[in-house]
Design a protein around this ligand. Structure first.
Ligand SMILES: CCCCCCCCCCCCC[C@H](O)CC(=O)SCCNC(=O)CCNC(=O)[C@H](O)C(C)(C)COP(=O)(O)OP(=O)(O)OC[C@H]1O[C@@H](n2cnc3c(N)ncnc32)[C@H](O)[C@@H]1OP(=O)(O)O
Length: 257
């Protein structure tokens, strides 16, 4: 598939997607959104693809929604438009995906990274929600996901001051899973994605659903969902294969059934 704003490669069962608008520090415009919807739909419907990595350039994951495009938008276009429905289709992806962040992840760029299941960042990563400097506020989930990721104090300070959070602070605060040297970021993200892709696909989907539910619901409801998903996995052939492989001291071969 050829895209106007993305570079897409497959590495065995892993799809690597690179945001490719270097002239605008990967600012997210309508063309990027359309391309992301297409690539995520292809990923989600291809059983041969079991994990995805989304990354940008060394200098920027994404420096936000495209201000030049946004400045032309009317209330009607924003409120009645499909921009947000588009991003909802990305967050609805049931299969695992990782954001690999170097450089700027600001505004919509930080929000897009937080839509991933987890972020692996390089030491150059800089996160922020500077929308208030434009007399607006986060509009792609930042005010909700950031609080859940790092707590109210830091989230509120970042959203009200627009300050950036460097990679070390982001790791300490729990916004990112791990930090790796910039030169190794994509390779490390691909290696992590390959490890996830080697797991039983149904178990990966169920695990993602349960962990995401912890973000959204009460402990009791989450445990009830976890229990149902855990029991359901015992109906899969992969569960039999996974446990037999352990007993027989060999690697499991999972078919997604
Ligand atoms: C979401 C897409 C769907 C459709 C869009 C239409 C509306 C839908 C909106 C959905 C809701 C969005 C909600 C989101 O929360 C809102 C935002 O994200 S607002 C934007 C937040 N980001 C910022 O405010 C950061 C802006 N950039 C900067 O502060 C600086 O560029 C920098 C990152 C600190 C880097 O500084 P420098 O190293 O000095 O580099 P330059 O500033 O010279 O930038 C180089 C080049 O890139 C252009 N550019 C950078 N950021 C953006 C941007 N966000 N939008 C557009 N263009 C950007 C910059 O203009 C330069 O280009 P040049 O002027 O040289 O042509």
């Amino acid at each position: 598939m050829n895209f106007e704003t993305l570079l897409v490669e497959t590495h065995d069962a892993v799809t690597l997607v690179r945001l490719n608008r270097p002239q605008a520090l990967n600012a997210l415009n309508s063309a990027v959104l359309a391309d992301l919807i297409t690539v995520f739909a292809a990923y989600e419907t291809d059983p041969a693809q079991r994990c995805l990595v989304l990354t940008g350039s060394d200098k920027a994951f994404a420096a936000g929604a495209d201000i030049k495009e946004m400045s032309q938008q009317s209330f009607a276009a924003m409120y009645g438009g499909n921009f947000f429905a588009g991003y909802d289709r990305i967050t609805a992806c049931r299969k695992p995906w990782i954001a690999a962040v170097s450089g700027f992840a600001l505004g919509g760029g930080c929000e897009l990274a937080m839509m991933a299941d987890f972020i692996i960042a390089s030491e150059t990563a800089k996160f922020g929600q500077p929308e208030i400097k434009l007399a607006v506020m986060p509009g792609m989930g930042g005010s909700q996901r950031l609080v859940r990721a790092i707590g109210k104090a830091k989230a509120m300070e970042m959203c009200l001051t627009g300050r950036m959070m460097d990679a070390a602070e982001a790791e300490r605060a729990g916004l990112v899973a791990r930090l790796v040297p910039m030169a190794e970021l994509v390779d490390e993200a691909l290696k992590t994605a390959a490890a996830i892709a080697a797991m039983a696909p149904l178990a990966a989907i169920a695990t993602k659903e349960a962990v995401d539910a912890a973000f959204e619901s009460t402990l009791t409801a989450g445990i009830r969902l976890e229990r149902r998903l855990f029991h359901a996995l015992f109906g899969s052939e992969d569960q039999k294969e996974g446990m037999a492989a352990f007993v027989e001291k060999r690697a499991g071969a999972f078919k997604g059934q």
